[in-house]
Design a protein around this ligand. Structure first.
Ligand SMILES: Cc1cc2nc3c(=O)[nH]c(=O)nc-3n(C[C@H](O)[C@H](O)[C@H](O)COP(=O)(O)OP(=O)(O)OC[C@H]3O[C@@H](n4cnc5c(N)ncnc54)[C@H](O)[C@@H]3O)c2cc1C
Length: 327
């Protein structure tokens, strides 16, 4: 029998005090953690319930941006008037994820931290998974790898990050606010999730005992021209094969800023700076969007997922067209 100590934190400082051992997990909505515990993938000795520590508010920042508390539920964030009007990309990405019931429970912090869905990771019947058992090997490389990475994979792991929300946050240049035993710090979203390298068990740069307190969005620049496109096996309740967060700032018909992030293709949301640069300073038109999409550079497929390379390019063109209103 695996005994678990359950503690309910009353505020952030209390949560941090309760989480001093590496065997502790914070619990937000519980929609990912409890599944993994039931399957024996996660075996914490202590659970710290953070649902009563506040941090669910969505407030405007003095610079014109928005702060979304780590405990804001995914449904509340997606449907918040300021998120819908100023950051429709985030609203769309959240609503593309999971189901209404899950979104009612899931939190910002938990969504950022949700773990990959690689079947060899989530099923302990498989002996090889470097993410679950470091050093055991990666069964997905030679196994069923239809949902797996085409970018940034390593010998050790080819799993992908499953979060839709994080793809939009990457395109929006969000910042993750963190409190920890050594104080507070801010992590740019591009540095929050990691590529697997030789240590696929670490999916983020969050240190042990650190708590996500909020996600900050910069002042809105992409409210009018943004689109989240998710390609999946069925139209609801399915993880992305490929997704694209496209956001454009267009003035007088010319693209002033462009953001493109891909989901379902790597161990972290995949920004495409070279493709973005190709669009800036020009009118958005089909040929240039196709050129930009071709810059899914270095993509490499495995036995079952080579189709994703072409799919990522087509989805990028389509998302850009819809964001720019030329679809
Ligand atoms: C059937 C199903 C389908 C789904 N489909 C999709 C989908 O299509 N797209 C998608 O994006 N997601 C999907 N999800 C995932 C869902 O979005 C996540 O389960 C959810 O976002 C996790 O949030 P949570 O608050 O429940 O996290 P929890 O389960 O509470 O926690 C997850 C992890 O985050 C850590 N954590 C939680 N809060 C914090 C914090 N503040 N600071 C530090 N660490 C923290 C926990 O310790 C744990 O390790 C699906 C889930 C299910 C079960």
């Amino acid at each position: 029998m695996h005994a678990i100590d359950y503690e309910r934190a009353t505020d952030t400082a209390h949560a941090l005090r309760l989480a001093q051992s590496a065997d502790t997990r914070f619990i937000g909505g519980g929609t990912n953690l409890l599944d993994l515990m039931k399957g024996g993938v996660e075996r914490p000795l202590r659970l710290v319930d953070i649902t009563r520590i506040g941090l669910a508010d969505i407030t405007e920042l003095p610079n014109g941006g928005l702060r979304i508390g780590a405990l804001a539920r995914n449904s509340d964030t997606a449907n918040h008037a300021l998120v819908r009007s100023r950051y429709p990309l985030l609203s769309q990405a959240l609503l593309a994820g999971a189901s209404p019931q899950l979104r009612n429970m899931a939190t910002m912090g938990g969504n950022l931290m949700q773990r990959p869905r690689c079947p060899y990771f989530v099923d302990t019947a498989f002996e090889m998974c470097n993410k679950r058992l470091p050093g055991s090997g990666c069964a997905a490389r030679e196994g069923y790898n239809r949902m797996h990475a085409i970018l940034g994979a390593s010998q050790a792991c080819i799993a992908v990050n499953p979060s839709d929300m994080s793809v939009a946050l990457a395109a929006l240049d969000a910042t993750v606010q963190v409190a920890g035993p050594r104080g507070n710090r801010s992590i740019p979203i591009g540095e929050f999730h990691r590529l697997p390298g030789s240590q696929p068990q670490a999916e983020t740069t969050l240190a042990a005992g650190e708590l996500i307190t909020a996600v900050d969005l910069p002042p809105p620049a992409f409210a009018r021209h943004a689109h989240y496109l998710k390609v999946r096996d069925r139209n609801s309740y399915a993880f992305a094969l490929v997704s694209v967060a496209a956001a454009l700032d267009i003035a007088d018909g010319v693209v002033r800023q462009a953001r493109i992030a891909l989901g379902g293709v790597a161990h972290k949301p995949w920004r495409m700076p070279a493709a973005e640069a190709l669009l800036v300073g020009h009118p958005l038109e089909e040929a240039r969007s196709r050129q930009a999409a071709l810059l899914v550079r270095g993509a490499q497929g495995f036995e079952d997922n080579r189709f994703k390379i072409d799919m990522a390019q087509r989805a990028t063109v389509s998302a850009l067209r819809r964001a720019g209103g030329i679809a």
